[in-house]
Design a protein around this ligand. Structure first.
Ligand code: ATP
Ligand code: MG
Length: 379
């Protein structure tokens, strides 16, 4: 991120040269003061997206966020947002939390219009006008919990009261926005502190589509840290803690088809794995990758696990690893057109596949045809 800083400062410099105010704002400034790793550097400026576009060679307008434009500098890209309100000061006062409203100028001087530095020092999540800030975008109530999870800070009493009183408003927030914050909340180092606040404020009851219960919050609190886990593992662990998850539930969370499919497979095998150790057949049908993930999930749940080495050895000793390696094909089954094609072919191939994986039968065309059709089926 060192080069990221330098590039961001160059952007500030260019904007200022052309008479605009510009500062680094938000998470980057907060994390710099907290000496935490910086994820992305956002910039706030009095320049409009059009004016920004005229100053930099590579810019991209985000079509869903009209006041923000991306500036690309080499491999890095920076979001430049035009001030909302009549000044930079008005802009930062309208942000969700004081710790997210700090500015950094091109000389790396922190500018604080909201007493955010003090809140960072006293580890407090505070909002300048809690009622106004939380009700104009109710997602911010969940963001408060997400930042508790991330930072372990306490919630200012006035802000806390506002969440208790206004919590039902979050019900109307788009699930996509909710899920982004929810995944971050699950991954935070202080997740259980955040879960407590969700429970005590009862905000969890008003989260759309999620059907969270006190029981599921309790289950979630027993999970090991998810800080270093992928979104897939994090969300599968989350689903495992719920009382009832089906395809419809995952659809309602608006996850990508790919992600929900991957979650479903892992949930299936984690349930299977509760009753027995991995068998070659399960390993074959699920894939080694899924098996590794299931064991990873078991370890997060505090259950004993099978070693990766052992699974890898089992995988390597499978006679085939994919249906395409099977020595018979649908065409072979028709036996020079002596047989009529039909649904029986799929069943026969499924059987052949299972017999080969189980080692009951060699992966050999002649032998498989013989087993499938008996003596009279031989050509
Ligand atoms: P992270 O490091 O996790 O990305 P962040 O503070 O950068 O944390 P983002 O969600 O990336 O969080 O948002 C960037 C900045 O934009 C925030 O610091 C905050 O100032 C502002 N912001 C983002 N979302 C909201 C919101 N819903 N309401 C008000 N301000 C917001
Ligand atoms: Mg960010």
């Amino acid at each position: 991120m060192v080069s990221g800083w330098e590039k961001a400062k160059k952007i500030l410099h260019t904007l200022q040269l052309h008479g605009y105010e510009a500062y680094i704002v938000g998470g980057a400034v907060r994390d710099l003061i907290l000496k935490r790793e910086i994820s992305d550097v956002d910039i706030v400026s009095t320049a409009t997206p059009r004016e920004v576009a005229s100053l930099f060679p590579k810019t991209y307008q985000l079509n869903n966020i009209h006041e923000t434009i991306l500036v690309r500098e080499g491999k890095e890209q920076f979001e430049i947002t035009t001030i909302r309100g009549h000044s930079i000061e008005a802009d930062v006062k309208r942000r969700d939390l004081t710790i997210n409203g700090l500015l950094l100028d091109q000389n790396e001087k922190v500018i604080d219009h909201v007493s955010g530095v003090n809140d960072l020092a006293t580890k407090k999540l505070r909002s300048t006008l809690p009622y106004e800030r939380m009700t104009e975008d109710p997602l911010r109530m969940l963001r408060v919990c997400r930042f508790v999870s991330d930072l372990g800070f306490s919630v200012d009493p006035k802000l806390y009261e506002t969440i208790v009183e206004e919590r039902e408003r979050i019900y109307t927030v788009a699930i996509e926005r909710i899920m982004k914050e929810w995944v971050k909340l699950l991954k935070g180092e202080y997740r259980n502190q955040a879960l407590c606040i969700l429970q005590q404020t009862e905000l969890y009851r008003s989260l759309p589509q999620m059907n969270l219960t006190e029981h599921s919050l309790e289950q979630l609190s027993h999970l090991s840290s998810l800080s270093n886990e992928s979104n897939l593992i994090t969300l599968t662990a989350f689903c495992f803690c719920l009382e009832h998850v089906d395809e419809g539930y995952l659809k309602r969370l608006a996850l990508s088809n790919e992600l929900s499919k991957n979650i479903r497979v892992r949930l299936t095998y984690i349930k299977k794995r509760n009753d027995q150790v991995w068998t070659p057949l399960d390993l074959y049908y699920s894939s080694l990758e899924v098996a590794y993930d299931v064991e990873r999930l078991r370890s997060l749940l505090g259950l004993e696990t099978q070693s990766s080495l052992q699974l890898k050895a089992m995988w390597d000793s499978l006679p085939i690893h994919h249906r395409s390696e099977l020595a018979v094909t649908g065409r072979d089954l028709l036996q020079d057109d002596q047989k009529e094609p039909g649904p029986w072919m799929k069943e026969a191939l499924d059987t052949a596949e299972r017999l080969v994986v189980l080692g009951t039968c060699q992966n050999d065309k002649k032998e498989l045809i013989q087993v499938l059709f008996g003596e009279e089926g031989q050509t």
